[in-house]
Design a protein around this ligand. Structure first.
Ligand code: TYM
Length: 312
């Protein structure tokens, strides 16, 4: 079976952009592919964050996956930091990553500009290497993400090819390995609509967990009243009527796209039930990380061997 992996950061609130751009598209894939969905808590510490809120946000995100329809009889859900191979492979991969590749990442440039010099951690720069580890550890075929992750996926593909070139092939066979490629080169799956849900208050910026105003996004856990209020207060324009794809009317285009994607869909509200059953959630995450670690460790051992380390 071909494999699919994806993840969301447990930072702030999961919003409609995360849902329409990513989580919603994971659901049908569960039926055809071997699917693993993780909560990327190690990525969430790359910008200043509240330690008291990280574990809560991690559980919330897992409960949201389940509420959105991730089915644990088909897919595994786990927490990135619970599978140690992610951080470990990242170190190995970072030795094969030219720093210039990281310097040109659009998200790094944007986030570091907003954070100000004092708050730009090394981890913000090396973030895409960790993301590449998340994907390459599982020999993934497809990665369903929103538009903003496209560049990170391209870096992942280039890095996989580079490691295969540097350490794979005959070199690996000589060392007693199976030869051939170390990593599978994954393909992104970016949805045609919903890949970039825009802010409610600025049609030219994407809806974002880190935007200061909560009015700029619809969170999956917002109540009906809060959502209605946000929609009433969101930015529109002075032209009459509605139209798609008019560059002069980005907010109008965004609202119509969201409506198109959401209308006619009633999502079962399972979140409250799930988050209050902590034993169930713990079980799901423990089973998920056990299964993930088995796959990840096999890849990691292979990489250590290919790179010439002494076997344990
Ligand atoms: P994150 O947590 O910022 O976003 C999670 C997913 O939501 C998508 N997304 C959007 N889609 C449409 N419109 C928007 N306004 C919008 N905002 C966010 C993102 O594209 C993403 O698919 N680095 C990743 C998490 C990650 C990951 C991975 C993903 C870490 N390792 C491995 C896939 C595979 C991130 O920060 O996503």
């Amino acid at each position: 079976k071909k494999r699919v992996v994806s993840g969301v950061q447990p930072t702030g609130s999961i919003h409609l952009g995360n849902y329409l751009g990513a989580i919603k598209n994971w659901i049908p894939l569960q039926n055809t592919y071997d699917t693993l969905f993780f909560i990327v808590d190690l990525h969430a510490i790359t910008l200043p964050y509240e330690t008291q809120q990280l574990s809560r946000a991690t559980r919330d995100t897992a409960a949201i996956y389940l509420a959105c329809g991730v089915d644990t009889s088909k897919a595994s859900i786990f927490v990135q930091s619970h599978v140690r191979a992610h951080a470990e492979l990242m170190w190995l991969l970072s030795s094969a990553t030219p720093i210039g590749w990281l310097n040109k990442m659009i998200q790094f440039k944007e986030k570091s500009r907003k954070a100000g010099d004092e708050n730009v951690a090394v981890a913000l720069l090396t973030y895409p290497v960790l993301m590449a580890s998340d994907i390459l550890l599982y020999q993934s075929d497809f990665v369903p993400v929103g538009e903003d992750q496209k560049q990170h996926l391209e870096l992942t593909r280039e890095l996989a090819e580079r490691v295969n070139y540097l350490y794979g092939g005959r070199k690996l066979k000589k060392l007693g390995g199976r030869g051939g490629a170390i990593f599978k080169v994954p393909e992104p799956l970016i949805p045609p609509a919903g890949a970039r849900v825009m802010s409610l208050t600025d049609g030219l910026s994407k809806m974002s967990k880190s935007a200061p105003s909560d009015l700029s996004r619809i969170n999956l856990l917002d109540s009906k009243d809060v959502i209605a209020n946000k929609i009433k207060r969101c930015k529109t324009d002075s032209l009459s009527g509605l139209e798609f794809d008019n560059p002069e009317r980005p907010e109008c285009n965004n609202l119509l796209s969201v409506y198109q994607l959401i209308s006619g869909k009633t999502k079962e509200i399972r979140y409250e039930e799930i988050i209050s059953d902590s034993a169930y959630l713990d079980r799901v995450l423990a089973e998920g990380s056990k299964r993930a670690a088995d796959i990840a460790d096999a890849t990691l051992n292979n990489v250590y061997q290919a790179m010439g380390f002494l076997r344990r």
